[in-house]
Ligand binder design. Structure first.
Ligand code: HEC
Length: 232
């Protein structure tokens, strides 16, 4: 995880804000795209050009707000879900890509007062369906928390822990220094701190260079220790 993301969320925490920020941004895009579709349908019904213009303006604003929505989605994913690559995230990224293409196409297609170009209604409709699907996946992420694929992720993390760490840290404790257990350690507070510790720990704990534990493995291990210990 990049450092600035950390600084950003820690600053927010300092101000008393501890939630994800993506959910505060997505409503803009969803609401405006719903508006665009509704105005376009009304325009079709009543053949009023001002309704086309309303649809177009909603659509353009949605395109603008898509950027903070996607950016904050990526940031939340890195910070709150340790950037873990599970299928819900893959789906969300693919749909975001599709949405950007649709928005871009719509911006071009409807320019110069051609808000009523024939293809536009389809673009509005597909955008509407895409944000619906994005919202659905987002909801399932929030509902199931981190554990969109709990069994597999945590099983891998646990296997890594068992084969590398459990000898000295049985049960998440610490045989040589019971004052410094793994569970509850400040070194787990976020992925970056954890990775730095594993690459360069205080002796006598051995270091784990990337050849021994890849970044992906360290992520799984961190994910398991923070969220999977009790649930798997
Ligand atoms: C050979 C024994 C050994 C192995 C193997 C080992 N550790 Fe440690 N670990 C230690 C010792 C000793 C300390 C205390 C170091 C110190 O004095 O700060 C420690 C400290 C830690 C801490 C910090 C505790 C704290 O709050 O200061 C974490 C987190 C940790 N280990 C995680 C791991 C993980 C994850 C693995 C496997 C990838 C691992 N360790 C493998 C011996 C080991």
């Amino acid at each position: 995880m990049t450092h600035w993301i950390h600084v950003f969320y820690e600053t927010l925490e300092g101000l008393g804000y501890t939630h994800a920020i993506h959910p505060t941004q997505v409503h803009m895009v969803i609401g405006l795209l719903v508006g665009a579709l509704i105005f376009a349908l009304l325009a079709l019904r009543w053949k009023t050009s001002s309704l086309h213009v309303s649809a177009r303006h909603c659509f353009l604003l949605a395109a603008v707000f898509a950027f903070p929505a996607i950016l904050t989605g990526l940031m939340d994913w890195q910070y709150f879900l340790s950037g873990i690559w599970f299928s819900t995230i893959q789906g969300k990224l693919a749909l975001s890509g599709l949405l950007l293409i649709l928005l871009g196409t719509g911006c071009v297609l409807g320019r110069k007062g051609r808000g009523n170009a024939p293809g536009m209604l389809l673009i509005y409709l597909f955008c509407f369906l895409t944000v619906g699907a994005l919202g659905y996946l987002g909801g399932s992420l929030v509902q199931r928390g981190i554990s969109a694929e709990p069994a597999r992720n945590h099983a891998e993390g646990r296997a890594i822990f068992e084969s590398n760490c459990a000898g000295c840290h049985p049960g998440g404790g610490n045989v040589s220094d019971p004052e410094k257990p793994v569970l509850g350690s400040p070194m787990l507070r976020n992925f970056e701190v954890f990775e730095n510790w594993l690459r360069d720990p205080a002796p006598p704990m051995p270091a784990y260079p990337p050849e021994d534990l890849s970044r992906e493995e360290v992520r799984k291990l961190h994910e398991y220790l923070v969220h999977g210990w009790n649930s798997s």
